[in-house]
Design a protein around this ligand. Structure first.
Ligand code: ATP
Ligand code: MG
Length: 276
């Protein structure tokens, strides 16, 4: 199944929040979702209640070529989570150089994940350009680009659409066609937020997958290390997140039905049947 990457040219815009909660919404609508944390901040796990002292993860172990299946956590939400793992600054820098020399270190396990026809794979990326994004962009069917509902987002739209933050050069410009957008933090009562959102929506047209309102329940859910849908299913953001998940589903190919008698094919079929 396809890879859906959450990225942004600018930091702190809500990528991790949206990746976690959209994964949850897709899971609730019956999809099997594998969610990867590719950001050394190692923050995605916090949305799923992984204890703070549990700092192990797939990316932190990458130089040792781990079996990614061994790092998968089945969360209470049903989302299968692959935490990044904690890393020191020097290790992050070294890993970036390693991935530049040897992109297959990440690309090969990603291809294995994508080979499972039952599994929808979502990935949360670090902000801005990164070596990880350069590896992921060619494999991603959709690059969900998160923009904040603020004037600067309207100002940088042309730059974002050029795809330069995907790695630069002609190749990155080709991948720019895979960009779809989400506006986050929309406050319809605030004049500047609303007019920035209107400009961005007009400009992007159908490439705007959805808009998520600024909502205290989002930060409250994170403070409890839980998902918005669990904590405040009736809040405005929860409804917006369901809409975004539906918009993403509309872009996906129809999920193949597993053969009733045979076990589900693919490397994670054991996990999906609960056999681990
Ligand atoms: N719709 C929203 N309403 C209110 N708060 C939000 C919303 N979306 C995100 N936030 C808050 O904004 C902060 C940043 O969100 P998040 O960590 O998801 O951004 P990010 O793009 O992943 O950041 P980074 O670039 O550092 O990875 C968090 O405190 C989060 O709770
Ligand atoms: Mg993040």
């Amino acid at each position: 199944m396809p890879l859906i990457a959450f990225a942004s040219p600018k930091g702190g815009v809500g990528k991790t929040t949206l990746a976690a909660n959209v994964a949850d919404a897709l899971c609730r609508s019956g999809r099997s979702v594998l969610l990867l944390d590719l950001d050394p901040q190692n923050a995605l796990r916090l949305h799923f209640g992984v204890p703070l002292h549990d700092t192990s993860g797939f990316m932190a172990d990458l130089p040792r070529r781990p079996d990614w299946r061994a790092q998968v956590r089945r969360t209470a939400s049903g989302v299968l989570l692959l935490p990044h793992g904690a890393m020191e600054l020097r290790a992050v820098l070294e890993q970036s150089l390693l991935l530049e020399r040897e992109p297959a270190l990440l690309a090969a396990p990603l291809r294995e994940m994508l080979a499972d026809p039952q599994l929808l794979v979502l990935a949360d990326l670090p902000p801005g350009p990164s070596q990880v994004l350069a590896v992921v962009a060619p494999l991603a069917a959709i690059i969900v680009t998160v923009l904040q509902s603020e004037a600067i987002s309207a100002a940088i739209l042309d730059e974002v659409e050029s795809g330069r933050f995907l790695g630069g050069g002609t190749l990155a410009a080709l991948y720019a066609g895979r960009l779809q957008f989400i506006l986050n933090g929309v406050d319809l009562r605030a004049r500047l937020s609303r007019s920035a959102a209107e400009v961005v929506a007009r400009h992007l047209g159908p490439r705007l997958l959805g808009a998520v309102s600024r909502d205290e329940a989002v930060a409250e859910a994170l403070s409890e290390m839980r998902l918005v849908q669990e904590v405040a299913p009736a809040c405005a953001a929860a409804g917006d997140l369901r809409h975004v998940a539906r918009a993403i589903e509309m872009l996906l190919p129809v999920m193949p039905e597993p053969a009733p008698a045979a076990p589900a094919a693919g490397p994670l079929s054991g996990l999906l049947r609960g056999g681990w």
